[in-house]
Design a protein around this ligand. Sequence first.
Ligand code: TYM
Length: 331
Amino acid sequence: MEENKKKVLSCIQPSGMLTLGNYIGALKNWVAMQSEFDCTYAVADLHAITVRQEPAKFRQQIYSTAALLLALGIDPEKNTMFIQSHVSSHSELAWILSCYTQFGELSRMTQFKDKSAKHADNVNVGLFSYPVLMAADILLYQSDLVPVGADQKQHLEIARDIATRFNHIYGDVFTIPEPYIPKIGARVMSLQDPTKKMSKSDENINSWVAILDSKDDIIRKFKRAVTDSDNRICVGEDKPGVSNLIGIYSAVTGKSAEVITAEFEGKGYGDFKIAVGEAVAEELKPIQERYQTFISDKKQLEDIYRQGDEKAFYAARKTLSKVKKKVGFVL
Ligand code: TYM
């Protein structure tokens, strides 16, 4: 590992099937960044228990998420892929950082407001302090860049604020991280309600596409996608559904919105929606095939993440010791 490479960190929650939104907004960048940066990626199982999980299903989802990251092309030899709860430094640093985070700033987090409205019967303290754990994830690895979708921007800002505050008191302890948000696809919207983010927790399964959906399901979901009544295939503020489909098509084909508009000149929404579905299915097909090989060999999967856990622990321990010393703990 070259010392002068910039450090990248990101995590994903294993809270269900991963979606096309996760893929376009974040995971595509995770893979692309590997060749240039020193990357650390984790399955954020600690974050996922802020909403209730069914244990057997949850365990399966953790395996499945790890297998999917490998299927996407994350290279565990050149980079680090691990499971968050296996590296205890995350919880330890989160506690310390929570003492440098104000109640008021956490209260402003829109994700907390949304999630506590959605899970009104379980507004737990973890849901509230979620961004502090996320700051710990990022700061432990002295990360320069954090590839995420637009919905995580506010959490990145608070991580930067916490790091800046800590450094101000104790000197240069943490690298101040920058978000790395894609220009196209930073916010993939629901196929059924394009004013809402595409999310795996949406009860309407036609509103989101899973990375592991079959070709038939993908095409069916795109065929049903909400558009509008004027039949023009172009981006526009008054055309959220069509704009979203153009964004998705652009992200998977690399074509610009102008090229796409020209390509479908004179054609109807029906043709366009099938083309988007086919392009998405085509992009996901090799990932789905590789996924099968990783998920069917648990032993290999465990070996890979355990090796990652160790690498991550080593890097995390270094930062955590420094923090403890600065705070004044006796080591
Ligand atoms: P999570 O698990 O909800 O999502 C993983 C990544 O996918 C992105 N994403 C989207 N991007 C575009 N359009 C969408 N519809 C869409 N849905 C999800 C998310 O922005 C994210 O990048 N808190 C994080 C996980 C986390 C983390 C971290 C991220 C824990 N620790 C440290 C970065 C650094 C989360 O819940 O992502």
